[in-house]
Design a protein around this ligand. Structure first.
Ligand SMILES: [Ca+2]
Ligand SMILES: [Ca+2]
Ligand SMILES: [Ca+2]
Length: 228
């Protein structure tokens, strides 16, 4: 071997160094901090959004509907959960329980809510619940589906989270979901109801808490149904 010839073992050292360095970079790139872990009690990262670990509250049997608003006018946002059915083994009966989770800032909890069952707690199949001031008195009311009777019902709020039954309107077959919005631009919140078993949606026009179908005369009293 001449003196100016590069030693073969030097080439092998350089090749080994490059191989180890590349492997280190590759491993570091795969060792991402957003890998899911089981039994994670701290914040978790999902697609760039951080969620703290949840707190769970008892919300009755088969809770399905949820809505939020300041129901008792204390400038703190509460929420209400509707339970649809009571479970008894494999059979169920209509429930209708509404559970109020009232914001209680005196608690040191991350989510300081105290829960209570609110009236009217009539046994009826309440699949969904939605909140808005439907009668224009600046107090947030509720509308629930009375699914087993093919109706929706307005529960009027007195401003202290006390609700009274303000009558029903018949809609389609098995109403299961509600949304609200002012679709005719008269500054009164209207309703749309999805009716599962006749594959339809009912649009109800609001007139100061009286719901009717457009171009028909309707009363909100419980013994007066409105139809197309
Ligand atoms: Ca409140
Ligand atoms: Ca109201
Ligand atoms: Ca409207």
């Amino acid at each position: 071997m001449s003196s100016n010839q590069f030693p073969e073992n030097y080439l092998w050292y350089i090749f080994s160094f490059l191989l180890v360095s590349f492997g280190t970079v590759l491993f570091a790139g795969c060792n991402s901090s957003d890998s899911p872990t089981k039994n994670n009690t701290g914040p978790s990262v999902v697609s760039g959004t951080v969620f703290e670990s949840p707190l769970e509250f008892d919300a009755g049997d088969n809770p399905l509907g949820i809505t939020f608003a300041d129901f008792n006018d204390d400038n703190k946002t509460d929420y209400i959960v509707a339970s649809s059915r009571k479970q008894n083994g494999i059979s169920t009966t209509e429930d209708g329980t509404l559970t109020l989770f009232q914001k209680n800032s005196s608690s040191s909890s991350r989510f300081p809510f105290t829960s209570s069952t609110i009236t009217p707690a009539t046994a009826e199949w309440r699949q969904d619940v939605i909140s808005a001031d439907f009668n224009g008195d600046n107090k947030t009311d509720l509308v629930v589906t009375h699914t087993g009777e093919d109706k929706i019902k307005l529960l009027r709020n007195d401003g202290s989270a006390n609700f009274t039954d303000n009558g029903s309107v018949t809609v389609g077959d098995v109403p299961i979901n509600l949304i609200s919005g002012d679709w005719n631009s008269d500054n009164q919140t209207d309703l749309a109801v999805v009716n599962r078993d006749n594959s339809s949606v009912s649009i109800l026009q609001n007139s100061s808490g009286v719901f009717g179908f457009p171009n028909s005369v309707c009363q909100y009293a419980s013994n007066s149904d409105c139809r197309w």
